[in-house]
Design a protein around this ligand. Structure first.
Ligand SMILES: [Mg+2]
Length: 389
C-alpha cells in the first residue's frame, strides 16, 4: 500500500530523500545494553508533559516576569485560563503528543489519515492551540486531504508533538525522517517545520540510547551534533528571516541548532536573548536544545530554565522535557511533578505500548519485568504511589 501521500501532491518537495547509507548507525541510533528503555520511553512522554504543565502559566509572559519568580517556577500552579483545572494541567502540546501516540498504537504505524481524523476530534477540547494548527485542522474538518491541509507556517507545532515518532523509530533514521515529515505537514507544510520535526524526533531517539552516567558534556555535544547532521543530510531546508530587526539576513534551522550546541552563553537570559523563544520554531527549538544541553545532567534544572524564558514557555519546556526525559528516564523527575501531572497514567500506558510495538526485543533493566507486551493497567502507576493525590 502506498502511504507516500505527500509525494503525489504539490507538497512533494517536503518528503525527505532516502537517508544516506548506514545513516542510523552513523547517527548513533542503536540499542544499548545498559539502559532501561521502559523508564526512558516513559521519561520522553512524561518529561514533555511536565514541561508543558510547568510552562503554561508563563506562556506569553516575558522572561523578566518569569525570572522574578525563579524560586517558584519548579512548582505547578493552578490553571488560570481554561480554568479551574488543577495543578499539573497540560495544554495542546501534550494533547497532540497523545493524539500522535494513540494513533500509532491503534494503527501500528504512522497513518496520516488517522492522525488527521484525531486532530479534528481534538479540536473541541483543544487547550491553547496555535494559529497554524487551528487553520489546518479547520481545513481537515472541511474535508481537505491531510496532505493539502497544512498551513504555510514555520511554527513549532510539528516539533512539539513528535516524540512518539522517536519511540516508534528509535533505530531507523530513514523511517524517522519520512514519518516525521508526514506527521508535520498535516498542520505545518513548510521545509523548516519538517526539519524541526525530524530534528526533535532524532534528538529524542538519540537520547533514548545513552546512559547519562557514561556521558560527558563534550561527548554529548559533539556526538549529538554529528548525529543530527546525518539525520538531516539531504533534507531540503529553507533559510528564512528572523523576527528581530537587529539581525538581518536569512537563517536555516540546522545552523541555529548547531549554534545552540556550540555557542557558550554566560546565562540563560543571554541565551534567550540570542535565540528568542517564541512559537517560531527557528527560535524555540534551538532555545529548547540549549536548555537541555546547559543542564543535561540535571533534568529538573533543564526544565525550570526553559520555563524561565517565558514567551512560548510551555512548548520550549515541553521539548526540553522530552529530551531530558529520554536521556534520564521517568525516575529522574521529582515525585510531585509526576504524581500531580494530568494524564501521567495514560502517558505511561502509551509509552509502554510504543515500547512493545517498537522497542528492543529484550528489554533490559530491573524495573521492567517484561519482554515486550505492555500490560500495566492505566489506573495503577507502577513506579510511584499516587496516594494522596
Ligand atoms: Mg501549549
Amino acid at each position: 500500500m502506498d502511504q507516500q501521500g505527500i509525494g503525489t501532491t504539490n507538497d512533494f518537495r517536503l518528503l525527505p530523500p532516502p537517508a544516506p547509507a548506514a545513516a542510523s548507525q552513523r547517527a548513533g541510533l542503536s540499542h544499548a545494553a545498559d539502559v532501561d528503555y521502559r523508564l526512558k520511553y516513559r521519561g520522553a512522554l512524561i518529561g514533555g508533559a511536565i514541561g508543558d504543565a510547568l510552562g503554561r502559566p508563563w506562556e506569553a509572559r516575558g522572561d523578566a516576569a518569569a525570572s522574578r519568580e525563579l524560586s517558584s517556577l519548579g512548582r505547578y500552579r493552578r490553571w488560570p485560563g481554561w480554568a479551574g483545572g488543577p495543578t499539573g494541567t497540560v495544554t495542546d502540546d501534550t494533547q497532540l503528543t497523545m493524539c500522535v501516540a494513540e494513533s500509532i498504537c491503534a494503527r501500528g504505524r504512522v497513518d496520516p489519515e488517522d492522525l488527521a481524523r484525531r486532530f479534528v476530534e481534538w479540536m473541541p477540547v483543544a487547550r491553547g492551540p496555535g494559529a497554524a494548527t487551528l487553520e489546518a485542522v479547520s481545513a481537515l474538518a472541511r474535508g481537505v486531504a491531510w496532505d493539502r491541509a497544512g498551513a504555510a507556517s514555520d511554527g513549532n507545532g510539528a516539533a512539539m508533538r513528535v516524540s512518539p515518532l522517536a519511540l516508534l523509530h528509535p533505530v531507523d533514521v530513514e523511517s524517522l525522517r519520512g514519518d516525521s515529515a508526514r506527521s508535520a505537514v498535516i498542520t505545518h507544510a513548510t521545509p523548516m517545520a519538517v526539519v524541526s520535526a525530524i530534528a526533535q524526533a532524532f534528538m529524542v531517539a538519540w537520547c533514548l540510547h545513552r546512559n547519562p552516567g557514561a556521558l560527558t558534556a563534550d561527548t554529548l555535544r559533539s556526538e549529538l551534533l554529528a548525529g543530527l547532521g546525518v539525520a538531516l543530510d539531504g533534507v531540503s531546508e529553507e533559510a528564512v528571516p528572523e523576527r528581530r530587526a537587529d539581525r538581518p539576513g536569512r537563517f536555516r534551522l540546522s545552523e541555529r541548532l548547531a549554534e545552540a550546541v556550540q555557542m557558550p552563553f554566560a546565562s540563560p537570559p543571554d541565551a534567550f536573548l540570542y535565540f528568542y523563544n517564541g512559537a517560531f520554531v527557528l527560535e524555540s527549538l534551538p532555545a529548547a536544545l540549549w536548555c537541555f544541553l546547559h543542564h543535561w545532567d540535571d533534568p529538573q534544572q533543564a526544565i525550570v530554565t526553559a520555563v524561565s524564558g517565558g514567551y512560548d514557555a510551555d512548548t520550549v519546556a515541553a521539548m526540553t522535557g522530552a529530551l531530558v526525559g529520554a536521556l534520564h528516564g521517568e525516575d529522574a523527575f521529582p515525585a510531585p511533578w509526576v504524581d500531580e501531572l494530568e494524564y501521567a497514567a495514560e502517558l505511561r500506558r502509551l509509552a509502554d505500548s510504543l515500547l512493545a510495538l517498537a522497542g528492543p526485543p529484550l528489554v533490559t533493566g530491573a524495573s521492567t519485568g517484561a519482554e515486550g507486551r505492555a500490560s500495566l493497567p492505566a489506573d495503577r502507576p507502577p513506579l510511584r504511589s499516587s496516594a494522596g493525590t
